[in-house]
Write a protein that binds this ligand. Structure first.
Ligand code: FRU
Length: 424
């Protein structure tokens, strides 16, 4: 990155805090913030591959965009290995759970297309083998740039390290389908700095990933959200009064919650093309509350900034908990202050009877929420499960002021376009 001074001069804002007091308000199984049960009889997109994080093609303002009537989604994808001796158990049966749990290490970016916003057809890999500089191609955002069909794919190049990168290519349509061409030169943008965002050297379990670029509807500048952890050596963070918030007597004890240090990061572009970025202090921190605020993204509605991020039960700190799902915060201006939606932050969580049924929710500006199926119990005890690796039923939510409500359920993987671009 060039060493030019910040356009903002000094620190432009204080991060907003998701406090332990906020998280104490999380209620699993509240019907207004709980995803309907996913049936164990779900259809799968493909018997050849698992898919998980789903990234619909969109414009820089966040609108889900089809091209020449074709919807396009990008997915993190990994081969299924039903016949690989490495994934057979002692009885010679395919150990699909182990195969699924190993997927992150071989994640690659694939794309799919559809005429109907569902019933996705596999297009293939976005980048040929050898193009991406690291082993893992982790989540990000594809942005349609113009009527020539140019697409900037921002994503995370992981192992070794974790670098926010972008690669430019083009979407080409015919009557019969969609292909992606180009996507041959990956440009590294930035990595964690150790001052605002935690590095691997500071914490082997650090997170730095999931870029989501956007244009601020108010100031018109180009920014990017991403997932991070607050800088500092693992174990050195303080969980003080600010992080604890206004808790009832008896809830002051924070245990080992100093190890949970998630934040939502933000960077500003120094150029119009988004090739030169400057990291700014986090928008939101969850020190003492949760260790992961993944895939942060915005919905801009009613002049407000609705910030959504996904998180897990297992990443909560001592003394606080909540379901796997999507959490949200709202502010009147980009740099906050942000307050948790529904008091707690929880927007759409898994029901406690099926705690891993879905994950990686993406709230779209039309109120539709897409996610993938992780695993669904197939018996009453929850010991038998069926692995998903496919699209979950889409859920509709209504966003009203500082509250959200589940209001609808749609078909598996239903991601309808909000606008269509006719390519030149
Ligand atoms: C969310 C996530 C992302 C990451 C990817 C890795 O499901 O953890 O944060 O980019 O999955 O597979």
């Amino acid at each position: 990155m060039k060493n030019t001074p910040s356009k903002f001069g000094k620190t432009p804002h204080q991060p907003s805090l998701w406090t332990r007091a906020d998280a104490l308000k999380v209620r699993a199984d509240d019907p207004t913030t709980t995803q309907p049960l996913v049936s164990a009889n779900f259809p799968v997109l493909s018997d050849e591959v698992f898919i998980w994080d789903t990234m619909p093609l969109r414009d820089i303002d966040g609108n889900i965009t089809s091209v020449d009537g074709w919807s396009v989604i990008f997915t993190l994808t990994a081969d299924r290995h039903p016949n690989d001796p490495q994934y057979l158990d002692q009885n010679g049966n395919y150990d699909v759970i182990r195969d699924w749990n190993d997927r992150h290490g071989r994640a690659k970016m694939y794309y799919w297309f559809s005429r109907t916003g569902k019933d996705w057809k596999l297009g293939g890999r976005v980048m040929a083998e050898g193009v991406s500089p690291t082993v893992r191609e982790w989540a990000g955002t594809p942005i349609l740039l113009n009527k020539q069909g140019e697409v900037d794919l921002y994503y995370t190049a992981v192992t070794p390290g974790a670098t926010i990168v972008k690669v430019r290519g083009r979407v080409v349509t015919t009557e019969h389908g969609v292909s992606l061409v180009g996507f041959e030169k990956v440009k590294p943008l930035f990595e964690a700095d150790g001052k605002m965002y935690q590095t691997e050297a500071q914490n082997a379990f650090w997170g730095f990933r999931d870029p989501w670029p956007f244009r601020d509807p108010k100031d018109g500048k180009l920014y990017m959200l991403f997932e991070g952890n607050v800088a500092g050596e693992r174990g050195s963070h303080k969980v003080g009064n600010a992080e604890i918030g206004d808790v009832p007597p008896g809830y002051e004890e924070v245990g080992n919650s100093r190890f949970q240090t998630a934040c939502v990061g933000i960077a500003v572009a120094r150029d119009e093309d988004g090739d030169d970025w400057e990291m700014l202090p986090p928008l939101l921190t969850a020190v003492g509350v949760n260790d992961q605020t993944e895939r942060p993204h915005f919905v801009f509605q009613d002049g407000k900034y609705y910030l959504f991020t996904i998180s897990h039960t297992f990443t909560y700190a001592d003394g606080v908990t909540g379901p796997d799902g999507v959490y949200g915060f709202v502010a009147d201006s980009l740099f906050g202050p942000y307050v948790p939606l529904n008091g707690s932050g929880l927007v759409l969580g898994n029901p406690s009877s099926q705690p891993f049924q879905t994950y990686s929710h993406c709230v779209m500006p039309n109120g539709l929420v897409t996610s993938f199926i992780d695993s669904v119990p197939t018996d009453n005890t929850g010991t038998q499960i069926r692995i998903g690796g496919t699209e979950a039923p889409t859920v509709g939510i209504k966003i009203k002021g500082q509250q959200t409500f589940v209001v609808a359920e749609y078909d598996y993987g239903y991601i309808p376009p909000m606008l269509d671009v006719t390519l030149k």
